[in-house]
Design a protein around this ligand. Structure first.
Ligand code: 5GP
Length: 190
C-alpha cells in the first residue's frame, strides 16, 4: 500500500435511497481533484449500471479470491451480497493528494476509520423515513420485499450516526453537495 495522507480518504454513507450517489456525482463534478473508488459487488447489475464505472460486478468466487489475496481495503455482506473496496483502486487514485471518495455502508465505514483514523466519515440522511420510502419506491429498481429489507437496514444504519465525523441532510442535491465540498475542504486544511 502506498503512503498517503489519510485526510484525503473520504467515506460517504447513508441509507439506500437517500440520494448519496447523486450527491457524490455532483461533488465530483465540482471538485476536479476528487474521484470515486469503484467497488466490487456480487449483486446483479441494474439495467442502467455500467460494469467498471458503477461497480465491478464479480461472482462470489472471484470476490473471495480477492479477499484471500489481500486485495480489499474493506468488505462486507449487505442484503445477501458482498460489497468491497479494492485496494488497487486507492493506490491508483490517492497519489498526489487527490481526494478519493468511497460510497459504502456503515460496517465498511467503521473498518476504514479503524484502519485510517484521519479519514473523513460523512453520513447523509434523507429528510425523513417517509421521504426515503417514497424515493425507494419511485426509483423502481427493487421489488417490494427488497425495498422493505432496505428500509429495515436503513433504520439500523441510522443508529450509527455517532461514529461519523459529520452528518448532513440531503434536502436538495446542490445544497448537500456544497456542504460536502465545504466539509472536505475544512478537514484537509493544513
Ligand atoms: P446498492 O446495492 O444499493 O448499490 O448498495 C447497497 C449498499 O452497499 C449501499 O449502502 C452502498 O453504499 C454499499 N456499498 C457499495 N459499495 C460498497 C463497498 O465497497 N463496501 C461497503 N462496505 N459497502 C458498499
Amino acid at each position: 500500500m502506498i503512503d498517503f495522507d489519510e485526510r484525503y480518504l473520504v467515506v460517504v454513507s447513508g441509507p439506500s435511497g437517500c440520494g448519496k450517489d447523486t450527491v457524490v456525482k455532483e461533488l465530483l463534478r465540482r471538485k476536479s481533484d476528487a474521484s470515486l473508488a469503484v467497488s466490487c459487488t456480487t449483486r446483479s447489475k441494474r439495467d442502467y449500471e455500467i460494469d467498471g464505472k458503477d461497480y465491478y460486478f464479480i461472482n462470489r468466487e472471484q470476490f473471495e479470491k480477492r479477499i484471500a489475496d489481500n486485495r480489499m481495503l474493506e468488505y462486507t455482506e449487505y442484503n445477501g451480497n458482498m460489497y468491497g473496496t479494492p485496494l488497487d483502486e486507492l493506490e491508483n487514485k490517492l497519489a498526489d493528494r487527490n481526494t478519493v471518495v468511497l460510497v459504502i455502508e456503515v460496517n465498511g465505514a467503521r473498518n476504514v476509520k479503524e484502519r485510517y483514523p484521519n479519514s473523513l466519515l460523512v453520513f447523509i440522511v434523507p429528510p425523513s423515513i417517509e421521504e426515503l420510502e417514497r424515493r425507494l419506491f419511485n426509483r423502481n429498481t427493487e421489488t417490494k420485499e427488497e425495498i422493505e429489507r432496505r428500509l429495515a437496514i436503513a433504520e439500523e444504519e441510522l443508529k450509527h450516526l455517532a461514529s461519523y465525523d459529520e452528518v448532513i441532510q440531503n434536502d436538495t442535491v446542490e445544497h448537500c453537495a456544497g456542504m460536502l465540498a465545504d466539509i472536505i475542504e475544512e478537514w484537509q486544511k493544513d
